[in-house]
Write a protein of this length. Structure first.
Length: 409
């Protein structure tokens, strides 16, 4: 098999449905896969070479597993799971950390510390502040005005986040943000109204390669307020101009240099505000939601997962592997709780429409008790489509979801 890598063992932390493309890619490369997941019936269980029920968010459980595991492990990775510190910890323990240094991974998991780091190096970011009380929020508003975003410093998938245009019910939103923070810390930042873009970049031998730019879709934002819920996105980006790509590359050179990252992945949430690029958040990991696993490879032709796996196994990467070969129109869209009724699901009828990938996050017998989406984990279905134009890809995705029938008792 071309590109086959024999006698290599990859430890994969996380075995849900979103991780399947990564597991299959590793096996396609001839790599032996060991998957850990806290769910004993995780989706990837039947696809991996070895599977163990181990919580990937509890270091002590991973330590216990490693204490009793005898096979030599050549690399450790997670596909779209927000655990960069744990990945770095495990890689350090096994003496196979070829990507993100431990302290850099730790910094990246805290949104406030990340902002402090970027501010130190004059990277464009929104005004921000750590807050310890409602009074702190009021002081921030006195200086920067409305609207603003309240968020926990240490969560993902929009958990605990509120976009606020006034201080009505501010105590409620303050407590909501605190409840979603494992360290009981929250922050506030000025909301910038502009085009939001997800970016995915490789650092290879200290050189920046910007591979994927997806325009995030917030067309239905009003129905989710005050929660900030993204309804998929579209590639290639129409908002990312060459000047913005240059600006991002400049910033990522600073970030990778100062965080001592010679090889790795940097995921960015950015916004184009008044024609300037601002970084909202950065993460030192592969993105979730199929951006890195499906959308970018389908749009660009770059085998994103293969490159990521090679990075985490210290395998040589040729720059030709990082060359963007095409710019196909790819769209991702979701179905939400707001789109269906409450009640017990009796049946689900899937449309007969060609698509790249589709997923259901509900099943027959589930009880839908709320029609309010609070975070991205509440989304109920997704589809990824290709079109001969951006509009065609979007229309295909919307048509699929409109024809997805959920029957209730």
């Amino acid at each position: 098999m071309e590109g086959c890598i024999l006698a290599k063992v990859l430890l994969i932390l996380g075995g849900g449905a979103d991780q399947l493309p990564g597991v299959l890619k590793a096996q396609e490369m001839g790599i032996y896969t060991i998957v850990l997941d806290g769910n004993s019936e995780a989706y990837c269980k039947k696809y991996s070479d070895e599977f163990y029920t181990v919580s990937i968010k509890h270091i002590e459980q991973i330590d216990e597993f490693l204490d009793n595991y005898s096979k030599k492990i050549d690399g450790v990775i997670a596909f779209g799971v927000d655990i960069p510190y744990i990945i770095a910890y495990v890689a350090n323990r096994l003496k196979i950390n070829y990507t993100i240094p431990l302290q850099s991974a730790k910094l990246s998991e805290n949104k406030f510390y990340s902002k402090e780091f970027m501010h130190k190096y004059n990277i464009n970011i929104p005004a921000y502040s750590l807050v310890n009380s409602v009074d702190d929020i009021k002081k921030f508003v006195d200086i920067y005005g409305f609207p603003f975003v309240l968020k926990p410093v240490d969560n993902s998938a929009s958990r605990g986040i509120s976009l606020l245009h006034n201080l009505e019910n501010i105590n409620k939103y303050y407590e909501y943000a605190i409840s979603q923070s494992s360290c009981n810390q929250i922050m506030v930042e000025k909301y910038l109204d502009g085009f939001q873009i997800s970016t995915e970049s490789f650092i290879v031998n200290s050189k920046v390669f910007n591979i994927g730019f997806a325009d995030r879709n917030y067309e239905d934002m009003d129905k989710f307020m005050p929660n900030i819920i993204e309804n998929g996105g579209d590639l290639p980006s129409i908002y990312m101009k060459e000047k913005h790509k240059f600006q991002l590359e400049k910033y990522l050179k600073i970030i990778s240099k100062e965080l001592n990252i010679r090889n790795g992945v940097i995921k960015g949430d950015i916004i184009i505000y008044k024609d300037e690029l601002y970084i909202i958040e950065l993460a030192l990991r592969l993105s979730g939601g199929n951006l890195s696993t499906i959308e970018i490879p389908e749009s660009t032709g770059v085998d994103f997962l293969q490159v990521a796996i090679k990075l985490h196994m210290n395998l040589k990467i040729d720059e030709t592997e990082l060359k963007i070969e095409k710019n196909d129109f790819i769209s991702l869209r979701y179905k939400f709780l707001e789109d269906i009724k409450k009640g017990k699901i009796k049946n689900i009828n899937l449309p007969e429409v060609n698509n790249i990938s589709s997923s259901l996050f509900i099943k027959i017998g589930d009880e839908i008790k709320s029609n309010k989406t609070e975070n991205h984990a509440n989304r109920i279905a997704s589809v990824i489509t290709r079109g001969s134009s951006r509009d065609e890809a979007i229309n295909k995705a919307n048509e699929y979801l409109q024809n997805l029938e959920i029957v209730f008792e």
